[in-house]
Design a protein around this ligand. Structure first.
Ligand code: PGA
Length: 254
């Protein structure tokens, strides 16, 4: 696929995979994907598997991501994980503000922007998730919601930091539901987000930022979604848990 920006496809394993299962998946992915150079491929295991998966990616072109990170560097924050701890395992990317964390952990845009700054301060790259619920889409609120989330979560980033930030547009109604946004809906939302980045930063930065689509991405719909001009990759949940489906998504996008 001939794209303005290099595609980035990340697997968000969520709360799945023991260490043994994670290594099993990695063995298969390395066989299938070791020659892929055209796409940046990232796997985001749970924290408990990061150590072992970090060894598995060493001799591969797969990159490692985490699913969350603390906004603090060190201290009395029970249950939290700091940037320096992720860096021990060669983590390069950190998913922030996933809709599940916005919903269940009540993460706000203000918190996500603090985390994004901590991620950049550690020279890691954030993947910042935004997206509307079904009620918001049906109520004609999609652009308003996206604007609030984009402005709030990316607040305080410099132009240089923004250029190294990945945004993931994930309509909440499409996550884990089997319903995917149409290519037209995805492109419209991505173009809207890129337009906001022009206003908040500048044209050059906005053209560099990669915007992933997420929400029931499968081998059958991935290529068409990523063929849209402003769709620069995918954040894949369920279909990233199996070697076949994740590698088919990636191979299909080349
Ligand atoms: P899904 O999840 O592919 O299972 O819909 C996507 C995500 O939540 O990142």
């Amino acid at each position: 696929m001939n794209k303005e920006r290099k595609l980035i496809i990340a697997g968000n394993w969520k709360m799945n995979k023991t260490v043994a299962e994670a290594l099993d998946l990695m063995r298969g992915l390395k066989i299938e994907l070791n020659n892929v150079k055209e796409v940046d491929v990232v796997v985001c295991p749970p924290f408990t598997a990061l150590c072992e998966v970090s060894k598995a990616v060493l001799d591969s072109n797969l990159r490692l991501g985490a699913q969350n990170m603390s906004e603090h560097n060190v201290g009395a924050y029970t249950g939290e994980i700091a940037a320096v701890m992720l860096k021990e395992f060669s983590v390069r990317y950190v998913i922030l503000g996933h809709s599940e964390r916005r919903q269940y952990q009540k993460e706000s845009d203000a918190l996500i922007s603090k985390k994004a700054q901590a991620v950049h301060a550690a020279a890691l790259k954030p993947i910042i998730c935004v997206g509307e619920t079904l009620a918001e889409r049906e109520g004609g609120q999609t652009q308003k919601v996206l604007e609030t989330q984009v402005r709030g979560s990316l607040a305080g980033l410099s132009k240089e930091q923004m250029a190294e930030t990945i945004v993931a547009y994930e309509p909440v109604w499409a996550i884990g539901t089997g319903k995917t946004a149409t290519t037209a809906q995805a492109q419209e939302a991505h173009a809207f987000i890129r337009g906001l980045l022009v206003k908040m930063f500048d044209e050059t930065v906005a053209r560099r930022v990669r915007i992933q689509y997420g929400g029931s991405v499968k081998p059958a719909n991935a290529r068409e979604l990523m063929s849209q001009p402003d769709v620069d990759g995918a954040l894949v949940g369920g279909a990233s848990l199996e070697v076949r489906s994740f590698s088919d998504i990636i191979k299909g996008s080349i």
